[in-house]
Design a binder for this molecule. Sequence first.
Ligand code: PLP
Length: 400
Amino acid sequence: MNVEQIRNDFPILKTTMNRRRLVYLDNAATTQKPIQVVNEIKRFYYESNANIRRGVYPLSEEATEQYENTRERVSRFLNASKEEVVFTRNTTESINLVAYCFEKEVKKNDFILLTDMEHHSNIVPWYLIARKKGARLKKIPFDKNGFLDFDYAEKLIEEKPAFFSVTHASNVLGTVNNVEKLSKIARKNGVKILVDAAQSAPHIKINSRRINADFIAFSAHKMLGPLGVGVLYGRKELLNSMPPFMGGGEMIEDVSRNITFAEPPVKFEAGTPNVEGVVAFKKALDYLEKIGFENIEMHERKLLEIAFDGLREVKNIRIHGPADFRKRTGLISFSILGFHPHDLAYELSRKGIAVRAGHHCAQPLLEKLGENASTRASFYVYNTVEEVDFFVKELKAIVN
Ligand SMILES: Cc1ncc(COP(=O)(O)O)c(C=O)c1O
C-alpha cells in the first residue's frame, strides 16, 4: 500500500487550514474523496445526466443503467443480491426506514433492544417508535475495556425483543462488535436484527452472508464516496413483506383505482435519488477494493499503535475503548483531565490538524464513560505516520 501515491489522488490533502498544511483526522465523520470519485460526478453531469427510470430515450436509459450498475457493484461488495440493496440518503435514513416499517410489529410493553454504545441515529428512530407504541428501550452494557456483555445480550435476546439494532463498530470506542455472533443468537430466537455498519464498512470487509443479519446500514460518504448516498441491505423475503417507507414517484407499479407498489428495492426508493452520487459511489468501492481491506486494516493498526504509544505518555489522559488494536477500527478518542475537548480541538486546528470534539452524537455512551465529551482522531487510507507523529507532538505541546 503506497500511501504517498494514494495521497496524490486527494487534492484536498494539499491544501492548508489556518495557514498550516491540512492534517485531516476526522475521517469517522466523513472521509475525503479521491479524484476518481470527483471526476465521475463531473463526467455524469457532462455526459449522462437525465432522470432515471423515466425516459425511453437513450440518455435516460444510460443514466438508469449506470445507477443500477452501482447497485450491482454494492451487491458484489456485500456478497448479496441486487434486490437486497436499497439506496437511501445515509445510514440514518436506512435505520429510520427499517424502524418505520417494523412499527406495526411493536406492541405495548414490548421492548426494543439496543446497546449502550449506539450513535443517536440508532437510538432516536427506535425511541420515537417505542414512545408511540408504549414500548421501552433496553440496552446491552459494555465493560471497562469497551466490550459488550455477551451473556447479558443473550439473556435479553431470549426475552424476545420486538427488534434488535446494534452497531458493528463504535464511533467513540472504536470497538468492533462480534455481530456474527449476535446475529446468530437473534436469528435463533426469531428476533429481527439490524447492524449499523456506518463505522465498519469503511474499514472491514463486510460480508452480508457471513454476518447473517436481517439488515445492514451504512453511508457512502464515510468510505470515500459522495455525500447523500446511503445503503440499506435487507434480506429479500423481509424487503418483500415490508410496507413502503415513503410514498411518491417511481416506487409504484400502478396508481389508478388501487395503488400497487413496485418490487423491492425500488419500492423503497421514492422520488428522484442522488443519481450522480450513486453512480460515483461505484468508483469509491473500486478504489477501496483495489487497495484491499486487509491492507487498510493493517495500515490503520500501524497508525493506531503510534497514536496509542504517543498519547499514553500524556499526563492525566484517558483513552477510551479497547487497548487491543485487533478489536477496533482506526480511531482513538480520549479525555484529558483539566482540558475541554473543544479547547484541544481548537488548538490543534491552529496547527492545521482537524480532529473531532464533543459527544460525537453518542451522548448516552459518553455518560456511561462518565464524560461529557471527548476528543477523537480517526484515520484512513491517506493518513501517514508523519501526520500521526505530528498530531501527538502538537497535542503534547498544548497539554504541556
Ligand atoms: C455508528 C454510526 N452510526 C450512524 C451514523 C450516522 O451516519 P450518517 O450521518 O451518515 O447517517 C454515524 C455517523 O457518524 C455513526 O458513526
